[in-house]
Design a protein around this ligand. Structure first.
Ligand SMILES: [Fe+2]
Ligand SMILES: [Fe+2]
Length: 473
């Protein structure tokens, strides 16, 4: 169970380590300053129907109640220690997992934890203004739920930094509150987390695509031989599932609304569809293309000696490593990776150890495809031919084998002039953004929804759809 009598709610027995407790209690007001400065705009007085973790058990870990967000009980929650857990991949297979950090892996682990930690506040910053244009109270509540949980994920990483990395860790924890998404002089570490989230279509796409990268990174860190990191990430994954739901169902509801309007008015032409105040499916596809490509870059270079080292040393496993049935060492295995050769895309076999980024990305792509298949049932139900597709992995990439090349969604290698003349067929143009932004207006009457999005199938935690998920008072 989680101890809520403490200043910092936790299930890591913080009270038994006074130095650590004091250090974190010093970081706590700095976190709140960051939240007030960079978190959801104009939200401090709202009462939001939020879930708060009360235990780390699989069932019934969450309590739902009205909370003012600055009073949210952010804390430190990890799944219980499994005494029998052993290293299950890499060179140290079979040895007990580590409860303290082996000195030789210290700086690498710190880098991994800081990079993960940096994404958490970054997404809150990116979404800071979205509350002003929420399409309903239901959606506003979901946005805020995601935001407070990303804040808690920051706490999760900061706990590890304070507890296991001494002074360097404390300095990194402070720096996590100082960087800002999109800032010129002190930006967030990863590019995707410095992009603007200008409207709700971008937000839902971000939650579907980019939060899912978070899931895959956390899942591979949940395999780590550094047991406190593994246990921390395990619990974060339970929270992440809701973020993915928000993204997938958000896009599905937009598609639903568009299809309804198209059928009702018997129109298919983009301009006519837009004139109905809904988002045409072709534009949704363009946003899908953009968010997909930007997120693929988060996996890093397809071929990476760092990725190989993380695996052989036992720091970071593969997705669901524990369920795979090979030797968990990969010393002699190969893996196919695509690249451009003489204006053509070719597939090459490379040592599997060096292709672990590509492999994690491919596992991710399988889940993305399954999500698209679910979205595609909607136009199918309306007897429409339109289907969403994922672009080629080389499309719009800035990192890895395809960086510096222009690849069409269909996988053709294009020259720069062809790319420049055609790119807005595939990614949102300034006009597309402006159109979406023109639709964004705040709807706060319980049970009412903006015209470009369908209501959800059901409410949160058994509440009706017209429940007052946010109280303005
Ligand atoms: Fe997160
Ligand atoms: Fe998330």
């Amino acid at each position: 169970m989680i101890d809520y009598t403490q200043t910092i709610p936790n299930n890591v027995d913080l009270a038994s380590d006074k130095t650590l407790q004091r250090a974190l209690e010093k970081w706590q007001p700095a976190f709140l300053n960051w939240w007030n400065d960079a978190g959801p705009a104009d939200s401090a007085r709202l009462e939001v129907y939020l879930r708060t973790a009360i235990s780390v058990d699989k069932d019934g870990w969450a309590n739902f109640s009205y909370v003012r967000m600055p009073e949210y009980r952010w804390g430190i929650f990890v799944v219980p220690c499994d005494e029998s857990r052993a290293v299950h991949f890499g060179d140290h297979i079979g040895e007990p997992v580590w409860q303290e950090i082996p000195g030789e892996y210290r700086s690498t682990l710190r880098r991994i934890i800081v990079t993960q930690g940096d994404t958490e506040p970054a997404s809150v910053e990116q979404q800071r203004l979205l509350g002003m244009t929420a399409p309903s109270l239901y959606d506003l509540r979901n946005l805020f739920q995601v935001n407070v949980e990303e804040g808690r994920h920051l706490w999760a990483m900061v706990y590890l930094l304070h507890r296991y990395f001494g002074r360097d860790g404390r300095e990194e924890a402070e720096a996590l509150l100082e960087r800002r998404s999109g800032a010129e002089n002190n930006p967030r570490i990863l590019t995707a987390f410095n992009e603007e989230t200008r409207h709700w279509l971008a937000f839902f796409m971000f939650a579907f695509f980019t939060d899912r990268d978070g899931k895959f990174q956390l899942a591979s860190l949940a395999e780590s031989s550094f047991d406190p990191l593994a246990r921390t990430c395990r619990f974060m994954l339970t929270e992440e599932a809701h973020h993915l739901f928000v993204g997938e169902s958000g896009v599905a509801r937009i598609v639903q609304r568009t299809c309804e309007a198209m059928r009702e008015h018997q129109v298919t032409d983009t301009a006519q569809v837009r004139a109905l105040g809904v988002i045409d499916l072709e534009t949704i596809q363009k946003f899908l293309n953009f968010h997909y490509a930007v997120t693929l870059d988060l996996y890093g270079s397809e071929v990476s000696s760092n990725a190989a080292t993380y695996f052989t040393t036992g720091l970071k496993g593969r997705f669901e490593e524990g369920k795979l049935t090979d030797d968990h060492k990969l010393a002699n295995d190969l893996y196919p990776v695509q690249e451009v050769e003489k204006e053509r895309i070719v597939t090459r076999s490379v040592p599997a150890l060096t292709a672990l980024n590509a492999r994690l990305r491919d596992d991710y792509i399988r889940e993305i495809q399954a999500g698209l298949d679910r979205w595609n049932r909607i136009p199918a139900q309306f007897d429409m031919d339109f289907r969403f597709t994922i672009p080629h992995v080389g499309f719009l990439r800035k990192i890895g084998k395809f960086a510096g090349h222009h690849i069409s969604p269909a996988g053709e290698v294009l020259t720069e002039p062809v790319w420049s003349s055609r790119r807005y067929e595939w990614i949102p143009s300034p006009e597309d953004h402006a159109f979406i932004e023109s639709l964004m207006q705040r709807v706060i009457e319980p049970g009412k929804f903006a015209g470009w999005i369908a209501p959800p199938v059901r409410g949160i935690k058994g509440k009706p759809i017209d429940f007052e998920y946010v109280r303005f008072n």
